[in-house]
Design a protein around this ligand. Structure first.
Ligand code: UDP
Length: 151
């Protein structure tokens, strides 16, 4: 099943937006299979943003993403990568459509609230960078007793 790595950035955590943003993906119908509040190490941040090494904003980006706690999540579902990118909106919040997360809640290109993987391959790499395999769980909501199973 397709998975994506979503990360609420330090600005979202500081603005007390975790619940509101998780709710959007729950209501859409995707399945949450892993989540934690964590502080990215510099090594994790460098690995996560490796494709941006030569960009002028790279230093600032690393500083921002390691500046405080992030809320890291793994979501599962058919088409979850592309749909969550749509729900997140364009990178520059001033160009992101109203109704998208960045369109509704941000104005700054750097402090843009949330990260979402751009492909299933990126998702696999990004999940492995932030989670141990045993931190990913699936459960069957129709079982009378909630049983968590490892993915
Ligand atoms: N970013 C920035 N300035 C820019 C472009 C990007 O600070 O001009 C930051 C921003 O936080 C963005 C991240 O770098 O989310 C990664 O950029 P990417 O192009 O991968 O955008 P995303 O996939 O997050 O929309």
């Amino acid at each position: 099943m397709e998975k994506t790595f979503l990360m609420l950035k330090p600005d979202a955590v500081q603005r007390r937006m975790i619940g509101k943003l998780v709710q959007r993906f729950e209501e859409k119908g995707f399945e949450l299979i892993g989540a934690k509040l964590m502080r990215m190490t510099m090594a994790q941040a460098e690995a996560h943003y490796a494709e941006h090494t030569d960009k002028p904003f790279y230093g600032e980006l690393l500083e921002f993403i390691t500046s405080g706690p992030v809320f890291a999540m793994v979501w599962q579902g058919e088409g979850v990568v592309a749909m969550s990118r749509l729900m997140i909106g364009k990178t520059n919040p001033l160009e992101a459509a109203p109704g998208t997360i960045r369109g509704d809640f941000a104005t700054d290109k750097g402090n843009n609230i949330i990260h979402g993987s751009d492909s299933p391959e990126s998702a696999e790499r990004e999940v492995a960078n932030a989670f141990h395999p045993e931190e990913l769980l699936i459960f069957d909501p129709f079982l009378p007793k909630l049983e968590a199973l490892h993915v």
